[in-house]
Design a protein around this ligand. Structure first.
Ligand code: HEM
Length: 509
């Protein structure tokens, strides 16, 4: 998991930290979970996968015949939980011990430490979660239905006009929706700077998203070496990146605040948060609350579009690969709501197949296949294995969602697995896909909103278009590779699709 950019540091760093690592690495008499045998000091630095981690982690589970596997890099313990039983036991039942997040020096150096999804567990994180919850809990997200409907209708128009650019249109739609909700502005589809800066900042985060990628994350003291020092490329990178991340968090917030202070508040979630800040007349409440608001709004902006758009691309990919599922969904749409209007969220209860299809999309190719890392905050024991304090722990969502005991023939895309023989939703199975949204106290708090966006988009796109594989100049069908690009959020590799209009109502919009 060490990047090439840090490699020149190794000779320098190894001398300084060898002793420390040797101490950290000293054999522990207590039994750690099984895993690949590592090298002295370096541990499993060469075994740790650099992409499609879920696959290697699942394989290790098979090799060592354990749903819990362990490895070590430069003194840091890592543990993978490959089963729902293990994630429930540790992340849910012992959530007081397993809700922390690993420290990563690169987050601080670049300004991405404002991302409260990667923040240490404690009161500061709790303040973010509380304010976020006020605006995204299950019984308030209906406030965003109208905006989401507008965004989805825009998507339909764009797909009609330029179907070949469907990937860009989906990116635009998810960003347009959340930026409007949070900051009260409408971005435009042609290279809007607000959208461009989010993309740039996310690209930066992708460079060091998982812990251990940079040596400085394992040895935080390295952050104090000067940037001109040979091998300190990480520091020069961070210095170049920080202004981008600062701008992503600060610019839209400053504009929002200026409008508020000028007495022309925008109707949006950010303004509601600002009203808290100036609760007692014009009295500014506290700098800490302001920081929480900046972090919360900026993180929502980044977290919401990157994840939702990837799920929507998985949905398009599945429709290409499983035309019979697409047909079944369109049959339900035509029978239940007809062809003279588009679906709205209120139709959800009468369209169980669409809901099952959305659940299957999240299960089939979870876009955060190993979730986000958690960290244990005290020594613990699980099934006779010792878990040292400070262990970095991943829940292997992909392995859990492809457990063939729970989901027979797991690689097939089949919404029927969530329905009974009468086509009704098997509600007791709804929770079985929760690992797509992470675990325990850190589980995605944006999931209710995300599910609405995905459901409404899937229903509308299927009502308006039939999605088909394209043909090349020789008349051969162009198959999608079905590959995924690894990252903090994994995305389907770019693929082509044809969107054939099937409803005239969509284009009268
Ligand atoms: C289908 C789309 C989405 C998926 C698959 C998804 C998945 C995840 C996952 C796996 C985590 C990590 C949980 C953990 O650490 O165990 C997470 C955290 C988070 N998500 Fe989402 N997410 C989605 C959409 C959203 C949206 C739309 C928002 C905002 C409106 C959002 C906001 C957040 C935040 C703020 C966190 C950090 C929570 C914390 O650390 O306490 N997510 N999400």
């Amino acid at each position: 998991m060490t990047s090439e950019t840090s490699l020149p540091l190794i000779p320098l760093a190894v001398g300084v930290v060898c002793l420390l690592v040797a101490v950290l690495n000293r054999p522990d008499r207590r039994r750690l979970p099984p895993g690949p045998k590592g090298l002295p000091i370096l541990g499993n630095i060469f075994d740790a996968p650099k992409e499609h981690e879920w696959r290697t982690f699942q394989e290790w589970g098979r090799i060592y015949d354990s749903d819990v596997v362990h490895f070590q890099i430069l003194g840091t313990h890592y543990m993978i939980l490959n089963s729902a039983k293990a994630t429930t036991e540790l992340f849910e039942k012992r959530s007081n011990l397993y809700s922390d997040k690993p420290e990563a020096a690169m987050l601080h150096l670049t300004g991405w430490d404002r991302n409260w999804g990667l923040m240490k567990y404690g009161d500061f994180w709790r303040a973010h979660r509380k304010i976020f919850h006020q605006h995204f809990r299950s019984n308030v997200v209906s406030a965003y239905h109208q905006r989401t409907e507008n965004a989805v209708h825009q998507l339909l128009r764009l797909l009609y006009a330029e179907p070949e650019c469907f990937i860009e249109h989906i990116h635009f739609m998810t960003a347009y929706n959340i930026i409007g909700i949070v900051y009260g502005v409408d971005i435009n589809s042609e290279g809007d700077p607000t959208l461009a800066i989010v993309e740039e900042a996310l690209d930066i985060l992708r460079n060091f998203g998982n812990p251990g990628v940079y040596l400085v994350d394992s040895f935080p003291l390295l952050r104090f070496i000067p940037s001109w020092f040979p091998g300190a490329k990480f520091k020069r990178d961070a210095e170049a990146w920080k202004p981008v991340v600062d701008k992503m968090y600060m610019q839209p917030y400053s504009d929002l605040k200026t409008a508020y202070e000028k007495g022309v508040p925008r109707p949006c979630l950010g303004t509601k948060m600002l009203a808290e800040l100036y609760k007692d007349g014009a009295n500014f409440q506290s700098e800490i609350l302001e920081q929480v608001i900046i972090n919360t709004t900026g993180t929502v902006n980044a977290a919401a579009s990157d994840t939702s758009r990837s799920v929507l691309l998985v949905f398009i990919l599945a429709m290409l690969l499983y035309p019979e599922v697409q047909l079944a969904a369109q049959t339900e749409l035509d029978q239940v709501i007809g062809t003279d209007r588009l679906p709205v969220i209120e139709d959800e209860e009468s369209l169980p197949y669409i809901t099952a299809l959305v659940r299957e999309t999240l299960r089939w190719r979870p876009v955060l296949p190993i979730g986000n890392a958690h960290k244990s905050s005290a020594d613990d024991e699980y099934e006779g294995y010792h878990i040292p304090a400070g262990t970095v722990i991943f829940g292997n969502a992909r392995a859990i969602l492809h457990d063939d005991k729970q989901f027979p023939n797991p690689d097939a895309f089949d919404p029927n697995r969530f329905l009974d023989s009468n086509g009704r939703l098997l509600e007791h199975l709804a929770n079985t896909i929760s690992s797509a949204f992470g675990f325990g106290r850190r589980m995605c708090p944006g999931r209710y909103f995300a599910l609405d966006v995905i459901w409404l988009t899937a229903a509308n796109v299927l009502a308006a278009f039939t999605i088909e594989k394209p043909f090349d100049e020789m008349g051969n069908v162009v198959e999608p590779s079905g590959e995924f690009i690894s990252g903090l959020v994994s995305h389907p590799a770019p693929f082509k699709a044809v969107f054939k209009p099937r409803s005239t109502i969509a284009f009268a919009l």
